[in-house]
Write a protein that binds this ligand. Structure first.
Ligand code: SF4
Ligand code: SF4
Length: 230
């Protein structure tokens, strides 16, 4: 049974906003990009013998902001499948999360608050977790559109393992290349926005902020508003 999410009525009240929905084809493409990210992560983590199990840290309290409507929409699809009582608990934690982050940022501190989707140390939307949740731990590289290459060293635990195993051979450190998957993600984002992503605002939201807002939505352009009111 598919339960009705408790935030799905929000947009009906916001008549000037229109929901951005992932159709099954776009959701399938998003799922395949995510699976490939996770698979590449696993390959490198296996080579490094990196595991989150038993790690003294839990990266789900790291402060990350996210930038694509398509990831937001895919997360929302997963959220809508949760039982209503669980959704309510997540939204309550999301509100506390947002308040806690605002207070930390006012103190010029980087927020460190557990993600509202983490219950008892586990992600309740594991299949729908975002890109950074699937890539953060292992060393990675990517080439930007301007040709500049960026390198990421992985999490602190990973860096310890790299130091132990590869201090004599730094060039042999395994890493994932994110370039092609980020390109696919950008294409998917553009397709979701009918080929006009550049016309819509940039977003920079935590998971908690996304969930509180409900499904991804954009302001209806004036021309469409006038058409719909005729
Ligand atoms: S990503 Fe790294 S630091 Fe984070 S929980 Fe996993 S092993 Fe620990
Ligand atoms: S979405 Fe899941 S994996 Fe990502 S930070 Fe939240 S609880 Fe952790």
């Amino acid at each position: 049974m598919r339960l009705r999410p408790i935030r799905c009525n929000v947009l009906k009240k916001e008549k000037r906003m229109k929901e951005i929905k992932l159709n099954p084809e776009l959701a399938d493409r998003m799922g395949r990009i995510y699976e490939e990210m996770a698979s590449r992560y696993e390959q490198v983590a296996t080579q490094l013998q990196l595991s989150c199990d038993g790690c003294p840290d839990n990266c789900c309290d790291s402060y990350f902001q996210h930038h694509t409507f398509v990831e937001w929409g895919y997360l929302w699809l997963g959220f809508c499948q949760l039982p209503e009582a669980q959704q309510a608990g997540i939204l309550e934690r999301s509100r506390l999360y947002v308040t806690g982050c605002e207070q930390a940022l006012e103190r010029n501190e980087r927020p460190q608050i557990m993600c509202p989707l983490n219950e008892h140390g586990r992600c309740v939307l594991y299949r729908h977790r975002l890109m950074v949740c699937r890539t953060h731990g292992v060393p990675a590289t990517m080439q930007r559109p301007d040709g500049q290459r960026l390198n990421f060293p992985g999490c602190f635990h990973c860096q310890e393992l790299v130091e132990q195993k590869f201090s004599q051979q730094p060039s042999a450190v395994p890493q994932t290349d994110r370039t092609d998957l980020l390109r696919k993600l950008a294409m998917l984002e553009n397709d979701l926005m009918d080929g006009a992503r550049r016309l819509y605002p940039r977003i920079k939201l935590t998971i908690a902020q996304m969930l509180i807002k409900g499904p991804p939505a954009v302001a209806i352009p004036h021309c469409e508003r006038e058409r719909s009111s005729q």
